[in-house]
Design a protein around this ligand. Structure first.
Ligand SMILES: [Zn+2]
Length: 119
């Protein structure tokens, strides 16, 4: 499946999106993105899709250098999502933006990471 890869030339931040993000600049440093096509083996993420489908309807899926991002709408309670992914070793949080829900999943490596990402 062809995804779009957005890569910053200035820092090591990248985003690989199932559908176009319509972004020109890196959100981490503001430098211009380079955009490529990348062939992604979606089977690698089937564990994630199988888990999310009971809780979240997603329009876009983004792989970032330090997290996964689903954009769409919640179809169950966030507390269930949080619990489910915590059991899989991921720390989740949501933001509302332009009428959509942004669900971020960070690999929960340490307490320090959690505190960093919850700010
Ligand atoms: Zn950058």
């Amino acid at each position: 499946m062809m995804y779009k890869r957005y890569e910053c030339a200035n820092c090591d931040f990248y985003e690989i999106a199932k559908y176009d993000l319509h972004k020109e600049k890196c959100p981490a440093c503001g430098h211009n993105y380079h955009v490529f096509e990348e062939d992604i083996d979606e089977d690698r993420y089937s564990w994630l899709f199988n888990t999310i489908k009971n809780h979240f309807y997603f329009e876009n899926f983004v792989i970032r250098s330090n997290s996964f991002l689903f954009i769409g709408n919640i179809t169950s309670d966030f507390s269930k999502i949080r619990e489910t992914f915590e059991n899989m070793g991921y720390y989740s949080f949501i933001r509302k933006k332009e009428g959509k829900i942004y669900l971020h999943l960070f690999k929960a490596k340490s307490q320090a990471n959690r505190e960093l990402y919850s700010q």
